[in-house]
Design a protein. Structure first.
Length: 666
């Protein structure tokens, strides 16, 4: 027999397949995937995920209230770590489900993933749940779940353990004065260890939900042994003023620029007889305040804001500019959204159908229509707020223009410093940087662009007075896993540091930054997202002050161009494309062009979609509101970008189900 060829790829491959055969392939059924990989469904098994179970059940009750079917919700924490949440809504259906003969609809909802009444929009016009996994996941991760449903004057009950049905649904008899659903459960120690519910945390959760929907009454109860100075044994939350009541409590006795806060509620128009939703807001401008913002969509917090935030910022900015023109304040045309929002206490809540979020954690709303709906709802009311009491309007305008003057003064000082250094030839800049002149009154911007081809288009598309271009060559060094010597030796990073002029690490000083905004502009594909991630890692580690002060942004270039006849629109991603095809181009033959990269756009397209301040969209990259929480961000950056690949593997493995669900929803 001839000797094996050392160049033959298969020469030394074992002939036996070992234990890898059909019997090695597992098929997980029912709720078993949830118990095997809880992190895929609730983000982990830590304290935050533990209390997320309570939020899932409470959100279902809130959806009934928002839909107009429930007026009262009760949250009760008993000894033994049992949490019960009740509502007086319609009650989960209990009749036999047509797709599952012999099973009640209640059992299907509690024991089957992706089942529920929030997919079609028939049962709920707006809701916080999107994937039909919430209550079934709670069931899977609990050692004892009991659901009682009062429906059609009859009381029904069914019990479960670790996602498995203990027995068929039971009819407990007539209950003429009761309606709605009660879900009672104890989280499984096998999954969560020795954790238990924190009464103070649940108490705050119940209170905050009551603020978000003025028409609901939420009752809190806990066992006397669990009560404390901060948590009473019983309380009732009902706030007829909604967010306005919440804001008033938050402001307290602090003095504000205007004696009256700007608050209101506006319903969105109806389409095909179905209400599109509602927007509610409450805003105050306290004196000597750092400000705070709270954003919500369908009662779900969106801490990173999103398109609803964008709509509010636009409405307030345009309203103040118009008021300034009305009273003869010519400089008011230079007011920016940051001038209006800095120091403000802002609360915004929207209710919309089929919301789109940036990720499974719903931290940022991306529904394009939310910006327009919020702007239209708020703008007229804000104009009235300013003009109905001219002294009030002038007081707010004066405060905002003071901030504007301070901003413009700082900008002028930076420009003088920048020009003086350049003229004195003391400032060395990288050769591939195409700088801006810094003239014209607009804030200066540096676009970090992927590749020379895109850099060429960007140079032609830019505003030469305010926009500078720095092309980079592909994927820069991952600073989270590189040594200090390797970082110092990297030419791309050296050029970037030179162009910005603010120093790195302990020497980083945002006051010396040569530009008002740093905008990462990469292709709208996976490689572009990877490059953007590497750049964000660089700024977080090497120039944290830049991120903390809100100078860093992500551009949002389109991935598609849709054309029907003479009308063209651009779509950021597949979800946005589907939205446009369903609305703007409904029943039209659409030609779809996909941009493989920024370099494929002509300068006019790039300017219109991605670079012109009037038409583009930007995402501001920031740290948590409390900068002291930077340690938590640092751990996440190290987990995703650091030297240990096992951390990334575990992160991806624990969240693989999120990707599957997003694809299914799309």
């Amino acid at each position: 027999m001839a000797a094996p060829d050392p160049d033959d790829l298969f020469a030394n491959t074992p002939t036996s397949s070992g234990d890898y055969n059909a019997s090695a392939i597992e098929v997980l059924e029912g709720l078993e995937p949830v118990r095997r990989r809880p992190g895929m469904y609730i983000g982990g098994t830590d304290d935050r995920a533990y209390h997320h179970l309570a939020a899932e059940v409470l959100d279902n009750a809130m959806d009934e209230a928002v839909a107009g079917h429930a007026t009262r919700i009760e949250m009760r924490l008993d000894e033994g770590n049992r949490l019960s949440i009740s509502d007086n809504g319609r009650g989960i259906p209990v009749d036999e489900h047509p797709k599952f003969p012999g099973k009640s609809t209640l059992e299907v909802i509690l024991s089957t993933l992706h089942s529920g009444g929030k997919f079609s929009g028939k049962a709920y016009a707006t809701s916080g749940g999107l994937h039909g996994v919430g209550i079934s996941v709670v069931n899977a991760l609990s050692i004892d779940t009991r659901v009682e449903v009062a429906r059609d004057k009859q009381l029904y009950a069914q019990e479960f353990a670790q996602g498995i049905t203990k027995g068929p649904i039971q009819n407990l008899g007539a209950t003429p004065n009761r309606r709605g659903t009660t879900v009672s459960f104890i989280p499984d120690p096998e999954i969560f260890g020795d954790r238990s519910f924190n009464p103070k945390r649940l108490f705050k959760l119940a209170r905050s939900k009551a603020y978000l929907f003025a028409g609901v009454e939420i009752r809190w109860k806990c066992a006397p042994s669990l009560a404390s100075e901060d948590v009473p044994a019983e309380a009732v939350f009902k706030f007829p003023g909604g967010l306005a009541d919440h804001l008033a409590e938050q402001i307290g006795t602090r003095e504000c620029v205007t004696a009256q806060a700007f608050s209101g509620t506006q319903d969105f128009p109806q389409v095909d007889g179905v209400g599109q939703g509602r927007v509610e807001w409450a805003i105050a401008w306290p004196l000597y305040s750092d400000g705070a913002t709270s954003w919500y969509c369908n009662t779900v917090p969106t801490p990173d804001g999103g398109t609803h935030e964008q709509g509010l910022r636009t409405a307030l900015t345009r309203g103040l500019r118009a008021f300034g023109e009305l009273v003869g304040a010519k400089k008011a045309k230079d007011i920016t959204a940051d001038d209006v929002m800095t120091g403000a206490e802002v609360m915004l809540s929207v209710f919309i159908r089929d919301p789109q979020f940036q990720s499974q954690t719903k931290d940022r709303l991306t529904s394009p229509e939310a910006a327009r709906l919020v702007e239209n709802a708020v703008r007229d009311r804000f104009d009235l707020f300013l003009t109905d009491n001219m002294e009030r309007g002038k007081a707010l305008l004066g405060e905002v223009m003071e901030r504007m003057d301070e901003r413009l003064k700082r900008k002028q000082e930076r420009e003088i410093k920048r020009k003086s250094a350049t003229n004195a030839k003391k400032l060395r800049l990288p050769g591939k940087l195409t700088d801006c002149s810094g003239e014209g009154g607009r804030e200066t911007e540096l676009f970090i662009v992927e590749g020379d081809s895109a850099g060429g288009s960007a140079k032609q598309a830019r505003d030469r007075k305010s926009q500078a271009i720095l092309p980079i060559r592909g994927k820069i060094l991952n600073v989270a896993s590189a040594t200090a010597d390797k970082i110092r030796a990297n030419s791309e990073i050296a050029d970037l540091a030179l162009a910005l002029g603010c120093g790195t690490r302990k020497d980083c000083n945002a006051d010396n930054l040569r530009y008002d905004r740093i905008i990462i502009m990469t292709d709208a594909d996976v490689d572009g997202a990877h490059i953007a991630t590497l750049l964000m890692t660089f700024f977080f580690q090497e120039m944290p002050d830049i991120v903390r002060r809100g100078h860093l942004f992500l551009a949002q270039p389109p991935l598609y161009r849709l054309t029907a006849g003479k009308e063209s629109r651009y779509a950021r991603d597949d979800a946005h494309r589907a939205e446009l095809e369903r609305t703007v181009f409904k029943n039209k033959k659409v030609e779809v062009s996909r941009f493989k990269g920024l370099g494929e756009m002509n300068p006019q397209q790039l300017r219109e979609t991605t670079m012109a301040p009037e038409t583009r969209g930007l995402i501001r990259i920031t740290l948590p509101p409390e900068f002291e929480d930077r340690a938590g961000v640092a751990r996440l950056v190290d987990e995703l970008m650091g030297r240990n690949p096992e951390h990334r593997f575990n992160f991806i493995q624990n969240r693989a189900g999120d990707i599957d669900r997003d694809l299914i929803d799309a």
